[in-house]
Design a binder for this molecule. Structure first.
Ligand code: HEC
Length: 142
């Protein structure tokens, strides 16, 4: 019967939409770390990501700050990474990994090319990204 089929099709579509919504929620749900209750007695308000940011800063200071400046504010050799151009929507985390591995041909700024950076592991770059994204957020760049 046509009526039954329509009902069933609608049910299936509904189930598919609900499933997609559940996946979307699951994918955007903050990870456990960022849900740590910061106001619990005896707990610091500093977000759990600070350890990674601190580690990232150490690598950044050693390998990137000479050009990108302390706190990624820029220098006469390279641009600030705390800048709207480098917000996540324009330069994804992958862009950071690519930049370190392959270098960057000058295209946004007049500083010349960025050479590939040796001695910085993928894990190091992940920490650097954590640090730079934290600085960006502190400046309202998200
Ligand atoms: C020798 C100087 C120098 C060093 C060292 C350096 N950079 Fe760069 N970097 C540059 C310059 C110059 C640019 C801008 C190129 C342009 O767009 O004109 C740049 C651009 C970038 C970009 C943007 C890439 C894109 O897709 O446009 C990222 C991300 C980046 N650098 C990350 C890093 C990180 C992380 C480190 C340290 C591991 C680092 N850089 C070390 C000079 C440097």
């Amino acid at each position: 019967m046509a009526g039954t089929r329509t009902t069933r099709t609608m049910w299936l579509v509904g189930a598919a939409v609900a499933g997609a919504a559940a996946v979307a929620v699951w994918m955007t749900w903050p990870d456990g770390e960022s849900r740590t209750p910061a106001d619990a007695p005896g707990k610091s308000r500093v977000p759990a990501s600070t350890a990674a940011m601190t580690a990232g800063q150490a690598v950044f200071d050693r390998h990137c700050a000479a050009c990108h400046g302390p706190g990624a504010t820029g220098s006469d050799r390279g641009p600030p990474l705390v800048h709207r151009i480098y917000e996540p929507g324009h330069h994804s985390d992958a862009a950071f990994h690519r930049a370190v591995r392959n270098g960057v041909r000058a295209h946004h700024w007049p500083f010349g090319d960025m050479p590939p950076v040796d001695g910085v592991s993928e894990r190091d770059v992940t920490l650097i990204v954590e640090y730079v994204r934290g600085l960006q957020r502190a400046h309202g760049i998200e």
